[in-house]
Design a protein around this ligand. Structure first.
Ligand code: ARG
Ligand code: ZN
Length: 877
């Protein structure tokens, strides 16, 4: 069997469904291998659909056991059933009831889509198209039904039975079996269906909504893990409160359940009333979770909860509209986290993620519009572009229309589309009405791939006290000019220039909506430095010739924290990109620019480090090797970049060493201080560890001693792991001993071992391949658990640029072999891993041709899944 080019589904071909399904009654009798599902579907012809056509129900790997229509068995020539579909050739032209009995094998389901078992727990994942792996259905998001689900299982194996909506009945079913019935009154598409059955314990509480509804809230985990679920439970309550306060959205059922499972393809899933999570984003204790883990848990709990309105109450008409729920919900969870934590620090983190993940995607062969126009496999479009750039579009919209019209637009969007499957046009319409703006040009952000470049030039006229800025945007591949909100201000030698005015700048924002435009500020008393795209007001690359001295003025005096950080990053980036090319000398001596940079950081630390340690840690952090590669853009030599970054770390460590040691002392918690994951405490830990990183870069002997001591004395995972990560970069016996001890200490903690796998996979040394080969044999490693695979193989590809991109191609081969092996059991994870080849054409020629060969080899493998075939075809295109 040769791999076929998968068929393409196009937005322009969208047609309403021929039929609708008003009510679904499911009777699911869970059993490890022979789970039987009886689906009773109340169908009718769709008035908006094509009349008189066959009814074609989707299926995937299901066995049909029985079928009847309005209580009558169907003659064999009335229908055709295969594992991938059920067709009724001549369905009645009136409402009718179809009863379908199917059988599936949850234990054999390694794709983790549909109904499967994770550590013995029955659970489901139906987005995007997993419901058809349970029963035949119109598995498309614009078919909304009211579901009643009866779940039956052996009581011992599955004492807990959970479904969507509210519990309505439960009881004995004989022979040691029991059942529960759940009813969800809110019409929903099949991708939001879920059920869970297993031995689980819970932490629980209650929440009273602003409408006075009393909600039972629970987080279910494997028995014994309850203490680690408290933080997630608290995050649910904070999310519920916040969505009421920030957006006026109340919860709409009597129960809200979260279930943590250990085998999960993605982060989590917003099934109605029954969110199912990767346990990595639920379980936390100071001993096992880092500050980043706590922040992720809070953000993802919020994200899935917020989907209850942005995604569930208002869903998507088709999968091309995925950003309608995902971009919007990422925006909402970002706003929530900013309110819970430090807004400036959080914004910097968001932009770092966007640049590290989305910018390269947008610059490579997998680039696609935020609303794609075509796909072969929708599961390959849960991307940084749809999620992260999608969120940036919503953020720009809120900047453009302003806070009150934005909130009113959201209210209108919900009111007009509640219980419906909507489109991006429906979304924008709501804001157009509330703001009185024509958003047609703005809508182009959804349609064009690629990161726009904005060039800016400034000119000061001292005699006239005038400052002019000239903006121009490139029109990528024939795109029309985009509507780009530019939040900006002017900064002088001793502070912001607040007296300067410019008529086109309103509330600090200029809207660039033409190919080029000029701005003139009057009443400018001195030559200013422009502070552009404050808060990263648009997802663009900005090109402006500023000197390091001008950037340092921004670092010192800008009122916008994001741009202060950006100024420091830009200087460091210049230093790294200039030296990170193959042609650059291996200059150990730092040069005057690096000296000046170190001095500026010293002054910054003295003035501000203790006042805002979280921000200081970010300013101190250098751009990553991947960021530098993206900046260089072509002919990339990962070794040269690595050397350049090591050398700058060393230089900063030497120049700032004493100061950093003092800072570490000043930031040490008094002994006995209880651990708190709050943002302020996390910020202190972040700065101490950023300081240790530079100290160790400059003085590995001292770094080794400090890291070892910190590993031994740490009272939390953040400090222990940071020290281990720093030590992992210093070859030698202490590192090996520390890694071994950590592995033993957490031998029974899979989520902690994931961190241990990841650190080792990222060691930038030739011996890492052999280390990974050993770790694959480790008792705790498993190719069937997505978290383990991501930790060891994903981290290698993502966080170890010198080894993944080895000249001999051995790094590429490791990834290719993993992809091939995994494709037979879990194509979604295989395809995701394969996206790590996305920047292959931008590598220097020797590595690039190696990568190309290996991709071609993957492409030739017979019987590839649609997921992998699609990624490999696009990557090579
Ligand atoms: N809707 C989920 C979320 O973002 C993610 C589902 C991902 N599904 C997939 N097939 N990749 O919250
Ligand atoms: Zn989501």
């Amino acid at each position: 069997m040769r791999t076929e080019t998968p068929p393409t589904i196009r937005l322009e071909d969208y047609r309403p469904s021929s039929h609708l399904i008003d009510r679904v009654e499911l009777d699911v009798r869970l059993a490890p291998h022979e789970t039987r599902i009886t689906a009773t579907l109340a169908l009718r012809p769709n008035p908006a659909g094509e009349p008189g056509v066959p009814l074609v129900l989707d299926g995937d790997d299901v066995i049909l056991l029985a079928l009847d229509l309005d209580g009558q068995a169907l003659p064999p020539d009335a229908y055709a059933a295969t594992p991938s579909g059920l067709t009724l050739h001549r369905p009645p032209a009136r409402p009718f009831t179809l009863r379908i009995e199917t059988q599936v094998d949850p234990t054999a389901n390694t794709k983790l889509m549909g109904l499967y078992r994770s550590n013995g727990v029955y659970c489901t994942q139906c987005e995007a198209d997993g419901f058809r792996r349970i029963t035949y259905f119109l598995d498309r998001p614009d078919v909304l039904s009211v579901y009643t689900t009866r779940i039956e299982a052996e009581r011992d194996a599955a004492p807990v039975l959970l479904g969507n909506g509210n519990p309505v009945a439960a009881g004995e079913a004989g022979e040691g079996r029991h059942y529960a019935v759940w009813h969800d009154p809110h019409p929903k598409p099949a991708y939001l269906f879920a059920l869970v059955g297993g031995r689980l314990d819970k932490v629980a509480t209650r929440f009273t909504t602003m409408e006075g509804r009393d909600v039972a809230v629970a987080v279910y985990v494997e028995p014994g893990q309850e203490p680690r679920a408290d933080y997630a439970l608290g995050a649910v309550l904070r999310s519920m409160r916040w969505d009421e306060e920030a957006f006026g959205r109340a919860y709409d059922l009597d129960v809200f359940n979260v279930v943590a499972v250990s085998d999960f393809n993605m982060g989590a899933m917003e099934n109605k009333g029954l969110n199912i999570f990767n346990d990595k984003y639920v379980l936390a204790s100071p001993e096992t979770a880092t500050d980043q883990d706590y922040a992720n848990i809070e953000a993802i709990i919020a994200h899935e909860y917020f989907h209850n309105w942005s995604g569930n109450r208002v869903t998507c008409r088709d999968w091309f509209q995925l950003c309608l729920k995902e971009g919007l919900t990422v925006f909402r969870d970002q706003e929530f986290s900013s309110d819970m934590r430090s807004r400036a620090v959080h914004r910097i983190g968001e932009v770092r993620t966007l640049r590290a993940r989305q910018f390269p995607e947008d610059a490579g062969p997998l680039a696609h519009p935020v609303r794609p126009r075509a796909y072969a496999e929708i599961n390959n479009f849960y991307t940084a572009t749809v999620y992260e750039k999608g969120a940036e579009i919503v953020r720009m919209l809120s900047t453009l229309v302003g806070p009150a019209p934005f909130r009113a637009g959201m209210d209108r969007y919900y009111a007009q589309n509640d219980g419906r499957a909507a489109t991006v046009e429906d979304f924008l319409d709501a804001f157009a009405v509330e703001s009185g703006r024509d958003l047609a040009a703005f809508a182009q952000w959804y349609e064009w791939p690629g990161t726009p470049r904005v060039e800016v030039e400034g000119r000061y006229d001292a005699a006239e006290r005038r400052y002019t800025l000239r903006f121009s945007q490139d029109l990528r591949g024939g795109a029309p000019p985009l509507v780009i909100p530019v939040a900006l201000g002017l900064v002088g030698a001793s502070g912001p220039i607040s007296e300067a005015t410019c008529p086109e700048v309103r509330d600090g924002v200029f809207v660039l909506d033409r190919t080029s435009a000029g701005l003139t500020f009057t009443n400018v008393p001195e030559a200013p430095v422009p502070s552009l795209f404050r808060g990263f007001s648009a997802p663009v690359r900005v090109e402006i010739a500023l000197s390091d001295a001008e950037r340092l003025t921004l670092l010192r005096h800008d009122t916008d924290a994001f741009n202060r950080w950006q100024a420091a990053q830009s200087i460091a980036m210049r230093l790294l990109a200039d030296r990170g090319t193959a042609r650059a000398r291996e200059a150990e001596d730092a040069g005057p620019a690096a000296q000046a940079y170190a001095e500026a950081l010293a002054a910054f630390l003295d003035a501000e480090a203790l006042a805002d340690p979280a921000f200081a840690a970010l300013v101190l952090g250098l751009p990553g090797e991947g960021d530098v590669a993206n900046e260089i853009g072509s002919d990339i030599d990962p070794d040269a970049i690595h050397r350049a970054r090591q050398s700058l770390r060393r230089h900063l460590g030497r120049a700032l060493g004493e100061r950093l040691s003092r800072l570490r002392a000043d930031l040490t918690e008094a002994p006995g201080t209880p651990f708190s994951p709050d943002a302020a405490s996390a910020g202190r830990r972040a700065l101490r560890n950023a300081a240790l990183d530079l100290i160790a870069a400059a003085d590995p002997v001292r770094g080794t001693a400090l890291a070892r001591a910190q590993i031994d004395e740490a009272t939390n995972m953040t400090d222990r792991l940071a020290a281990l990560g720093i030590l992992s970069l210093i070859p030698g016996e202490p590192r090996e001993a520390a890694l071994a001890a950590f592995g033993e200490r957490y031998a029974d903690e899979p989520l902690v071992l994931d961190k241990w796998f990841a650190i080792q996979a990222a060691i930038p040394e030739d011996a890492t391949l052999a280390r990974i080969a050993r770790l694959r044999q480790h008792r705790a490693f498993s190719m069937t658990n997505p978290n383990r695979v991501r930790a060891l193989i994903g981290s290698f590809a993502l966080a170890n640029p010198t080894q993944f991109n080895r000249l001999d191609g051995a790094g590429f081969t490791l990834l290719a072999e993993t992809v091939e092996a995994l494709d037979r059991t879990n194509p979604q994870i295989a395809a995701k891993l394969l996206t790590n080849f996305g920047s292959w054409r931008r590598l220097e020629p020797a590595r690039s041709s190696k990568a190309g060969e290996i991709l071609a080899r993957i492409k030739a493998v017979p019987g590839l899944s649609r997921d992998v075939a699609d990624i490999v075809a696009r990557t090579l295109s």
